[in-house]
Design a protein around this ligand. Structure first.
Ligand SMILES: *Cc1c(COP(=O)(O)O)cnc(C)c1O
Ligand SMILES: [Zn+2]
Length: 504
């Protein structure tokens, strides 16, 4: 649709007018720092930062109703910069000019209602929001779209010329970083650090294919992270880990989209997310808070953060009911099929604590919950979801296991509606499915296959069939007819099919 064809009061706001002011805000000493430099931690006290709009009340210049209409009409436009997460430009990074925005197809991922049979099993209405349908097949693209748009902005305005973007990753961050950096060649190049043998072959292939410099490091993600921090401290590189607060801004789009998908009515809605480095849950809480404060939504949905028992520092922190007694202790992780969340010392923990407080306070009750799940349940529920028509990755399975655990603990009731974050595409983690089907999980994963969920291909080669087609050697005539007949008979036999009536 063309802007000119819109109702007058919408047309005035349909194309965002970049401007305003944003600052890095330190969650430790409360200092603000200018965004004309790339900062990851506070220069004064070393704490993590969040980026804040200096005039948050500015978002109240329009009524909630007008914002809702602007976003809904904006969806019909064909302006590339507004096709992705920046449909919500004013709520993400209003300072960015539209010509700096990088759009590679991220955001607006499908919200798919769970199959009736699966909902019946779980005992409530729920949806998967398939963030695996982003361009690099995980939600990390949301944050990268924002972080790389900011870098492009810095380059265009002469704050930086060439940028080497680096990140440590459990797999998906590097895939996304390498993809967006590759798009901005030659000004932006990327280098990624991965824990050796701790990412899946699919995830390793992604930054390689995008042309990034890929380094494999002994140890786990937490070790890679330390090396990247040393690089960022000592060399002129742009850090793209979730310490980078621009990524958090981009990931807030997940919340905005859920609001829009449910017509901005989130009464009795529960959003379930896996937690690793805790950037995602930070962003999702922050996003809902912004929409709530601006009157775009009238109530804050319940948030349920899920962690595997093999990497559960956030769950442990909140298992202490008395806030005054809570103390954060990093954990040593054990192997997890929710591999992208296998993090013992989440960078965003201070953000989680800060935002959980704010979220509960604005909700007028405890509205953010944390539940642990077993590795066995992660795999069983991932496979179960996918046997009902979904494309959940292991973390999507973790969310479903978490929803069931939240029901068991009466955190969530049957009358509510849940939205589960399938954070990546199932194909990225096909190796875990294969290990399950072939009963090859190393003991420390603590996963053993359930027969009813195992699947394997069957080779059909009837013993009485002398000739079968081979590459470069097709069968013809009688031999081919016999091959087709015998193989189809054999398959029909295995599927218990009887011949159609009237056929011999
Ligand atoms: C990064 C990632 C997570 C964890 O998100 P955090 O922001 O680190 O908490 C979960 N699932 C997938 C697929 C991921 O790539
Ligand atoms: Zn500080």
């Amino acid at each position: 649709m063309k802007a000119a064809n819109l109702p007058a009061q919408i047309a005035a706001h349909i194309i965002p007018r970049p401007g305003g002011q944003m600052v890095y805000h330190c969650l430790g000493c409360q200092a603000d720092h200018g965004i004309d430099q790339l900062l990851y931690t506070c220069p004064d006290c070393g704490q993590v930062l969040l980026i804040q709009d200096c005039d948050p009340k500015g978002l109240q210049r329009l009524s909630g109703e007008t914002w809702r209409q602007v976003f809904d009409y904006r969806k019909t436009l064909t302006v590339p910069a507004l096709k992705g997460i920046f449909l919500f430009h004013e709520f993400i990074a209003p300072i960015l000019p539209l010509e700096d925005i990088v759009y590679l197809g991220e955001g607006h991922t499908p919200v798919v209602e769970a199959s009736p049979l699966l909902q019946e099993r779980v005992g409530m209405r729920f949806f998967y929001k398939n963030d695996g349908q982003n361009p690099s097949a995980s939600f990390k693209d949301r944050g990268m779209a924002c972080a790389l748009s900011y870098l492009r902005h810095m380059i265009r305005h002469g704050y930086a010329d060439q940028v080497l973007a680096v990140c440590a990753s459990t797999g998906d961050t590097s895939a996304a970083a390498a993809l967006y950096a590759a798009y901005l060649q030659p000004e932006v190049k990327s280098a990624v650090l991965l824990p050796h043998k701790k990412v899946t072959p699919q995830q390793l292939s992604q930054p390689l294919g995008s042309g990034a410099a890929v380094f494999e490091i002994p140890g786990v993600f937490d070790d890679c992270m330390k090396v990247v921090e040393a690089l960022a401290d000592n060399y002129p590189v742009a850090l793209l880990n979730s310490k980078n607060a621009w990524r958090i801004l981009g990931q807030e789009s997940y919340s905005f989209e859920i609001a829009q998908a449910f017509d901005y009515d989130l009464t009795d809605t529960v959003v379930v997310l896996p937690i690793g480095n805790a950037g995602n849950i930070t962003a999702v809480m922050s996003g809902f808070i912004k929409f709530y404060r601006a009157g775009v939504i009238a109530s804050l949905p319940k948030i349920v953060g899920v962690q595997s028992l093999h990497a559960d520092p956030v769950v442990r922190y909140y298992s202490q009911p008395d806030p005054a007694q809570r103390r954060f202790v990093p954990v040593t992780v054990k192997p997890s099929t929710a591999q992208a969340a296998m993090i013992g010392n989440p960078v965003s923990m201070p953000r989680v604590i800060h935002l959980t407080d704010t979220y509960d306070r604005l909700s007028g009750r405890e509205n953010v919950f944390f539940v642990p799940v077993a590795e066995q349940d992660i795999m069983d529920w991932q496979l179960t979801a996918n046997r009902h028509g979904h494309i959940a990755c292991t973390h999507g399975g973790e969310c479903l296991a978490g929803l069931i655990e939240a029901r068991r603990r009466n955190i969530v009731s049957a009358a509510q509606t849940a939205v589960l974050d399938a954070t990546a595409h199932a194909l990225k983690f096909a190796g875990f499915q294969e290990m399950y089907f072939e009963n090859r999980f190393p003991a420390d994963f603590q996963v053993s296959p359930k027969n009813e969920l195992v699947n394997a291909p069957t080779l059909i080669h009837p013993a009485d069939l002398e000739h079968v087609p081979q590459p470069g050697k097709p069968l013809t005539g009688e031999a081919f007819a016999r091959f087709v007949q015998r193989v189809s008979e054999e398959i029909a036999c295995r599927l218990n099919l009887s011949t159609k009536r009237g056929q011999p």
